[in-house]
Ligand binder design. Structure first.
Ligand SMILES: Cc1cc2nc3c(=O)[nH]c(=O)nc-3n(C[C@H](O)[C@H](O)[C@H](O)COP(=O)(O)OP(=O)(O)OC[C@H]3O[C@@H](n4cnc5c(N)ncnc54)[C@H](O)[C@@H]3O)c2cc1C
Ligand code: SF4
Length: 362
């Protein structure tokens, strides 16, 4: 533990956000970083629990209390090394992970939980700035060739791990850029694409081969793949949207989220839009679905200049505080207000799209 009384002395402090009126004019990330002195006090709040529930809550098993103590003591390189044991891409999780660790933090029982995600992001960004992040070249090559099909976060993580133990790895991607949904799904205001490119460049230096515009099974026959590689790892994600079989579904102006979001990410990257352009400019937008993808559609619509944005969710409005159905240390499924919600939209719950004029009994 960095400081035994830290949790009593310091309150949680979240990083500031760019003002709404400024940020809706661009697609840049929203959060400022906390300065190092403030971050050290945030790390000092960690109680180094005998049973660290944060470590249990994190899907990666990140050794959170360890790096919190190191940050309190200013040991940034050590913290980076400890974080790297469990997390291949902290710059992605530090930006977009839902922070399940924070839901499991013991402090959260009667105070604000630790700001682990913010600390994680600061560790990796400092590591990049200071040059701690270096290509991790294997000492020997095994002579085994591995093909990874799909370059989203799962394909990239598999590639990094397999390359680090000496296999020769080729990543195939059917899109024109590497990154999967990190590149062509998640908007830039949540994850700017230089972050993906920076990591991919390091992976190239590590010897990983990337082949874009290659749709395995179409451009590259699977028989050939099986002949040329010892192992094939399938990390193709899912591009099948969940449709709604409702009257009027076929009407002009009704789109899947991914068609809308992908186009905007391409525009931000200065790329050509090959299909019919979708834009929310000057329109009243209805987003069906109250989750994160819906929220990303809201932020994108607002930036494109929508007249008004509504979000309809089929489930009831969640409570603002934990209730008996979500006891600590389970993840609190409480009301989430994202940065896109803050930018201006009307949210409604218990709206069943199949019967658009009716309200479900909640
Ligand atoms: C709009 C949106 C917002 C999201 N926001 C968040 C968030 O804030 N936080 C969070 O934790 N998660 C978020 N997610 C979820 C997260 O993006 C996904 O869970 C994650 O990207 C899945 O990774 P993946 O590698 O399995 O698949 P993907 O990222 O989908 O990557 C799969 C890749 O495989 C390629 N591929 C498929 N078939 C082939 C083939 N035959 N040949 C070559 N390439 C192929 C595809 O083109 C694609 O690039 C969001 C998802 C969406 C859609
Ligand atoms: S923010 Fe996500 S990845 Fe990072 S420690 Fe918490 S749960 Fe793990």
């Amino acid at each position: 533990m960095g400081k035994a009384t830290g949790f009593r002395e310091y309150n949680r402090e979240n990083p500031k956000k760019r003002p709404v009126e400024e940020r809706v004019k661009d697609y840049k990330e929203i959060y400022y970083k906390l300065p190092e002195d403030k971050l050290s006090l945030q790390a000092a709040r960690c109680m180094n629990c005998g049973t660290p529930f944060c470590n249990w809550g994190c899907p990666l098993g990140n050794l959170i209390p360890d790096w919190n103590e190191m940050i309190y003591k200013g040991e940034w390189n050590k913290a980076f090394e400890r974080l790297s044991i469990t997390n291949t891409f902290p710059e992605f999780t530090g930006r977009i992970c839902p922070a399940l660790c924070e839901g499991a933090c013991t402090l959260g029982i009667n105070r604000d939980a630790m700001s682990n995600r913010e600390i994680e992001l600061s560790i990796i960004e400092k590591a990049f700035k200071e040059g701690f992040v270096k290509p991790n070249l294997p000492r020997v090559r095994t002579g085994k060739n591995i093909a990874i099909v799909g370059s989203g976060p799962s394909g990239l993580a598999a590639a990094a791990e397999l390359n680090s133990v000496g296999h020769t790895v080729t990543v195939f991607e059917r899109a024109d850029e590497i990154g999967g949904l990190l590149r062509y799904g998640i908007p830039d205001f949540k994850l700017e694409k230089y972050v993906v490119e920076r990591r991919v460049n390091i992976m190239k230096e590590e010897g990983i081969i990337f082949k874009t515009n290659t749709n395995v099974g179409v451009d590259y026959p699977s028989e050939e793949l099986l002949k040329n590689f010892d192992v094939v790892v399938l990390t193709g994600g899912s591009t099948i949207p969940r449709d709604l079989k409702v009257e009027g579904r076929e009407l002009k102006g009704t789109h899947f989220a991914m068609d809308f979001l992908r186009q905007q990410n391409r525009r931000v990257a200065g790329k050509e839009i090959l299909e019919e352009e979708i834009t929310a400019e000057g329109k009243v937008v209805v987003v069906i679905g109250g989750g994160d993808t819906g929220s990303d559609c809201i932020g994108t619509s607002i930036r494109q200049g929508a007249k008004a944005v509504y979000q309809y969710e089929v489930m009831p409005k969640p409570p603002e505080e934990r209730d008996d159905s979500m006891p600590w240390p389970t993840f609190p499924r409480t009301l989430k207000v994202t940065t896109s919600h803050e930018e201006g939209c009307t949210r409604e719950w218990c709206v069943n799209t199949q019967n658009s004029q009716e309200r479900m009994e909640c």
